[in-house]
Design a protein around this ligand. Structure first.
Ligand code: FAD
Length: 385
């Protein structure tokens, strides 16, 4: 391999854009293709013409990180506005604060408990007969007891994953999901914010380099890698092999869009815990840009269901069956030369944006280092299993 290599990147989301930028800056000629008609992947944002509201087209995206370098990186391509993710939940006809905190506990049980009292109270609620929880339901019952479990976890989880919490592993709920203070900021990370003009404008700046071209509405087909020094593929791992070993399980989302004249719900995200309500949440997009003013409003009612051929894959399921199939795909991929699988779809993992960028920077750097040593690039830098 020599400097100025021709590199193909499949996907103009964050993974593809960041890898492409790093390699373009190092003097390589980077060609990015994306099957969609826009850049940005699932982080894509678009201004609604009628209301002027910035819409998070594939669902709400809040940037949060502890990674200093990644925070510096994104701020190099967009101004970031302060934003705190504060989620509300409607359950049994009342509105509560999430994650479950002292306010939620006091409101739910009609009490005025102080932190230590609330801790003891929740311990009392917990089902201590469950010694070794195996399922999500058992774990939740052991942590918070039946009342909070049914109001905030049972229905939401059932709608989100399309199965009973008794069929999901306990490992999904690793820690006690309760705060014994009034802190309702969803994330604990040091940095949190929103790109001032949306994620697509930020990614457009990342892609803006003379050594890079972006072609939209171009679906990658195997065989296209010929003629390129290397391929970075951020599409679905099973899609690369034309699903020859079957389809990896994903959940997809349907968004029912509606507009409202005024403020529909007073917050960006309202979860719905009751199974009788078919949607999992409603997002009101203008609240993601609190520094802007808009009279009209754009909202999404969000529904979760099993991903079928032709749907957008959102959340990898990664239960026992999927992991066995994934192992087969990983073995299949390891036999390919000249391609590295990256990003949330290429490695079949849920990745927050900051992790996506961290991994993309590490991937590009490893490529440059391996190239300097004339050594091969691994198929996976971040193994899916
Ligand atoms: C509902 C939801 C909410 C989220 N909210 C947050 C949040 O609040 N905060 C946070 O940090 N992260 C959030 N994320 C995660 C975030 O979306 C990901 O970190 C990010 O999108 C990963 O970028 P990527 O480039 O790896 O993948 P993608 O964004 O999926 O990009 C992959 C691109 O590849 C293209 N592609 C696929 N196959 C082909 C092909 N065969 N040929 C050509 N192009 C192809 C696709 O069209 C797509 O544009 C959320 C994710 C979801 C699903």
């Amino acid at each position: 391999m020599k400097a100025g290599e021709r590199i193909l990147i499949v996907g103009a989301g964050l993974s593809g854009a960041v890898i492409g930028r790093e390699l373009a800056e190092a003097g390589h000629r980077v060609e990015i293709i994306d099957a969609r008609s826009h850049i940005g992947g699932n982080c894509h944002t678009e201004r609604d013409e009628a209301t002027g509201v910035m819409v998070h087209v594939y669902g709400p995206h809040i940037f949060h990180t502890d990674d200093e370098e990644v925070w510096g990186y994104v701020n190099g391509f967009s101004a970031f506005m302060p934003y705190k993710n504060r989620v509300k939940a409607t359950s049994g006809g009342q509105v509560y604060s999430l994650p479950i905190n002292l306010h939620t506990i006091n409101q739910f049980f009609g009490k005025c408990l102080r932190p230590d009292e609330a801790r003891a109270f929740i311990e009392d609620q917990a089902d201590k007969t469950i010694a070794d929880p195996q399922t999500f339901e058992e774990q939740a019952l052991r942590f918070v007891g039946r009342d909070l479990y049914e109001a905030f976890f049972k229905g939401y989880t059932q709608k989100q994953w399309g199965c009973s919490p008794t069929e999901l592993p306990a490992s999904i709920l690793k820690r006690l999901p309760v705060r014994f203070n009034y802190e309702d900021n969803y994330f604990f990370h040091k940095y949190q914010g929103m790109p001032e003009n949306g994620y697509t404008a930020m990614i457009e700046c990342i892609l803006d380099h003379p050594n890079m071209t972006v072609t939209l509405e171009r679906n990658f087909r195997r065989g296209e890698e010929a003629g390129f020094g290397h391929v970075f593929y951020s599409g679905p791992l099973d899609g690369y092999f034309d699903y020859e070993l079957g389809r990896l399980g994903y959940r997809t989302l349907d968004f029912e869009r509606f507009t409202y004249d005024g403020d529909y719900q007073g917050c960006a995200v309202m979860n719905y815990g009751d199974v009788s309500v078919p949607h999992t949440r409603i997002t009101e997009h203008k609240h993601f840009s609190p520094w802007e003013e808009h009279r009209g409003s754009v909202c999404y009612r969000e529904f979760s269901r099993a991903c079928e051929p032709g749907d957008t894959p959102y959340y990898p399921i990664r239960l026992v069956e999927e992991k066995a199939q994934l192992a087969d795909y990983v073995a299949r991929a390891e036999r390919e030369a000249g391609v590295t699988f990256v990003g949330r779809l290429g490695t079949y993992r849920y990745l927050d944006m900051d992790v996506t960028i961290r991994e993309a920077l590490d991937t590009a750097r490893l490529y440059l280092a391996r190239k300097a040593e004339n050594a091969a690039m691994p198929t996976f830098l971040h193994p899916p299993l």
